[in-house]
Design a protein around this ligand. Sequence first.
Ligand code: 5GP
Length: 188
Amino acid sequence: MAGPGMRWSENTLVEILLTADQIQRRVREIGEQISFDYATKKPLFIGILKGACMFLSDLIRYVSLPISVDFIAVASYGVETESSGHVQLLKDVESSIEDKDVVIIEDIVDTGLTLTYLIHNFESRNPVSLKVAALLNKPSRRQVDVKLDYVGFEIPDKFVVGYGLDYAQTYRNLPYVAVLKNDLEVAI
Ligand code: 5GP
């Protein structure tokens, strides 16, 4: 199931949670929904590096609007795979978000702490509107309530990789989402 030329074997991964086809179908639906919801607008998509890079780049191909794109990078301090809620903005957007219709593009929402920090941060800059599109959602892990406007898939409490998501900076280029074989060791 690993793609051509990939050096890890299928044995490395225990379970393919979402196939490339499933992901593409759902991302297309979200893109079409956003195109409908923002029909007369020019939204600004802000991708959260690095995890959301693949979701954002596929998503915008299904959006038939004159959008613009920017990126932010955050560091969330915690142990290994556990988010702490202490979020630092490593890279900010390059232009003002004031008076813009902003859509935050996130890879996965776990405790919700990262997104809560970003929403507060962005709201203080007076956008016209602020919505969130997240590819994956782990509702069972939530520590703070956060409103997600577009969600690709709800997944169980497992540490996942692929389609932009990493473990120690590896696996981002998998076209599907998988659970690592040693999930019990790496997760919480
Ligand atoms: P939160 O602040 O919601 O707990 O964490 C969000 C961030 O934690 C995500 O943007 C992602 O970087 C990381 N994260 C949470 N769950 C997973 C997961 O299952 N796999 C990977 N690779 N990263 C995760």
